[in-house]
Design a protein around this ligand. Structure first.
Ligand code: NAD
Length: 540
């Protein structure tokens, strides 16, 4: 039990970076500085900077010429070394007092909120092509929130103590897992990348962290900040490069105790199988926490406020180029509203396209998609939709001369199970299925049954009965459900995030439900005055 109370967390205020502000000037200068420096990004294993010499180049998605870092990728022996370092650090770290551990992460949060804020935002702007707004809500605010709130949830967990009748003291000790945790993280959120290794570490676990190759720059800086905040050597071991290799080595180890994953469904399934294959090897049953993809919906009722609906669709679908797991990618629009919605969303998409470009210009709204593979996927999906005779309501263009740019694109379809209504594309593509107003009842079933995923969804309706009908009928269709809002933008401590069905284990990142997965509880009963006679009274 902690002897102290951790500071009550509040969500980090989002800076606006308005033109002429000091915060904008400061960030602009850091972006300019980082654009010029091509850094060497080693792995960090047992506190050592490890350079394999086998490097890949981190580039800006919006500028092919901008080479940001040479990143040292792990070979098998590096991953083995990281596993060994995590195991070696486990004993001491797990015996640090809770408040000492908590202080490391609270300090990291304050560094991110203050002196390191520009660095983590600039790395995310340049490395992942986020606009300043998207970088700020992710790399700064959400990561800060994860750290502060998770410390508070870890404290809450320890306060969950059993009843003690007279004569004894029953206690619950929330031990870390016995072994190490493997964290494999996605490209699209610097906050998620930082959260997956730190959440288990707050509970006293040690971690091997393999970030996405496409987020390597911000991951490098996150690790630097954690070290500067006092994270001891070996508690989090950063290895870059091939996820399959890291997983193969880590999951074969008898001390593998947990997986903290966020990424695509196919990789999650392959990881679960890998763990299953080694189940006879492990000392404990590993915890598997994995959040995967989505095919997130906006369902409009005929009573919807069209202006609100258009903003929910535009922001929900196109912010960060549609590369949020929660991004709206399928919409269901009643025929009576379609002409106005069509015009409105086409206008929004056109305006957003006009503000697409190099996000190091902080007035830009949209950047590029993450890489050539994603670019090709979006382009092919648009071409296929055209071939199938779908109407391209807005956008549809792509341009890879300078960066991986895909227009915010709106497609209309009569077929609710056409390709772009069903497949997760992870780009700025929104497909609208126009339904007859009288088919509301039927469309609820269509929304529910269209996708294997169940991550986020929204209903837009001025009619309360209809909204609540959707809440009930779509109960299993989304782990995060919104009424009269876009399906993106969850905030730590406000809308705990995670999906069901094929979207993952739904352990709600940034909540007590997630934190509890990284503890192995031990019940301790201490009897104060123990009996001295083995006989019971009924024996006479
Ligand atoms: P991804 O699955 O391609 O990669 C995620 C991580 O897995 C990376 O670190 C990658 O190197 C690693 N990896 C790739 N192949 C692997 C393998 N065979 N074995 C082990 N590791 C491997 O995903 P991404 O492109 O980085 O992220 C986008 C995906 O993540 C989308 O599907 C999105 O919906 C999902 N996502 C979900 C959430 C959520 O909370 N549900 C949040 C963010 C992203």
């Amino acid at each position: 039990m902690p002897g102290f109370t951790v500071p009550t967390p509040v969500n980090e205020p989002v800076r606006t970076y308005a033109p002429g502000s000091a915060e904008r000037a400061s960030l602009e200068s850091r972006v300019a500085e980082m654009s010029k420096e091509r850094i060497d990004a080693p792995m960090i294993i047992g506190g050592d900077e490890v350079r394999s010499g086998n490097t890949f180049v981190a580039r800006s998605p919006h500028n092919h010429d901008l080479q940001l870092a040479d990143v040292h990728a792990a070979d098998r022996s590096d991953v083995e070394r990281a596993v060994a370092a995590a195991k070696a650090a486990g004993h001491d770290w797990s015996r640090w007092s809770f408040e000492e551990r908590a202080a490391v992460f609270l300090k990291a949060a304050d560094m991110l909120a203050g002196p390191s804020r520009d660095t983590i935002n600039a790395a995310t702007i340049l490395g992942q092509s986020k606009s300043v707004q998207q970088a700020e809500i992710d790399a700064a605010c959400e990561l800060i929130d994860f750290l502060r709130f998770n410390v508070a949830y870890a404290e809450q967990l320890q306060e969950l103590q059993p009843h003690s009748p007279r004569g004894m003291w029953n206690r619950m000790e929330y031990r870390p897992l016995e072994g190490f945790v493997l964290a494999i993280t996605p490209f699209n959120f610097t906050a998620i990348a930082g959260n997956l290794p730190t959440a288990p570490a707050i509970l006293g676990n040690t971690v091997v962290w393999k970030p996405s190759e496409k987020q390597a720059l911000a991951a490098h800086h996150t690790m630097e900040i954690l070290r500067a905040a006092g994270l001891p050597d070996g508690v989090i071991n950063l290895v870059h490069g091939d996820g399959a290799l890291a997983a193969e080595v880590a999951t074969a180890d008898p001390d593998f105790a947990g997986l903290h994953f966020t990424g695509s469904l196919a990789v999650m399934r392959s990881l679960w199988k890998l763990v299953g294959e080694h189940i006879d090897v492990y000392k404990s049953f590993p915890r598997i926490v994995g959040e995967t993809g989505g095919k997130d919906f906006v369902l409009a009722h005929p009573s919807a406020d069209v202006d609100q609906l258009v903003v929910a669709l535009g922001r929900g679908a196109f912010e960060y180029q549609g590369q949020k797991c929660s991004a709206a990618s399928r919409a269901y629009i009643p025929r009576s509203l379609w002409p106005r919605v069509r015009d409105g969303v086409a206008q929004v998409a056109a305006d957003m396209k006009a503000s697409m470009g190099d996000v190091s210009d902080l007035s830009t709204f949209m950047g590029a998609v993450i890489d050539g593979a994603s670019f090709a996927k979006q382009r092919e999906a648009i071409a296929r939709a055209r071939d199938e005779g779908r109407e391209i309501v807005a956008g549809g263009g792509t341009d890879d001369r300078q960066g991986w740019f895909v227009d915010p694109t709106v497609i209309a379809t009569d077929d609710p199970v056409s390709d772009t209504m069903v497949r997760e594309l992870f780009g700025p593509l929104l497909t609208c299925h126009v339904y007859d107003d009288a088919q509301w009842d039927n469309v609820l079933d269509v929304v529910d049954s269209t996708s294997p995923y169940a991550l986020t969804g929204a209903v837009v309706s001025q009619n309360r009965d209809a909204a609540y009908e959707a809440v009930g009928r779509l109960r299993d269709a989304a782990g995060n459900f919104y009424i009269n809002d876009k399906p993106t933008g969850s905030v730590v401590g406000q809308q705990p995030f995670g999906g069901a069905r094929a979207s993952g284990t739904n352990d709600k990142a940034g909540s007590l439900l997630n934190i509890v997965r990284w503890a192995s509880a031990r019940s301790i009963k201490e009897t104060f005055v123990a009996p001295t006679d083995w006989r019971y009274p009924h024996m006479g």
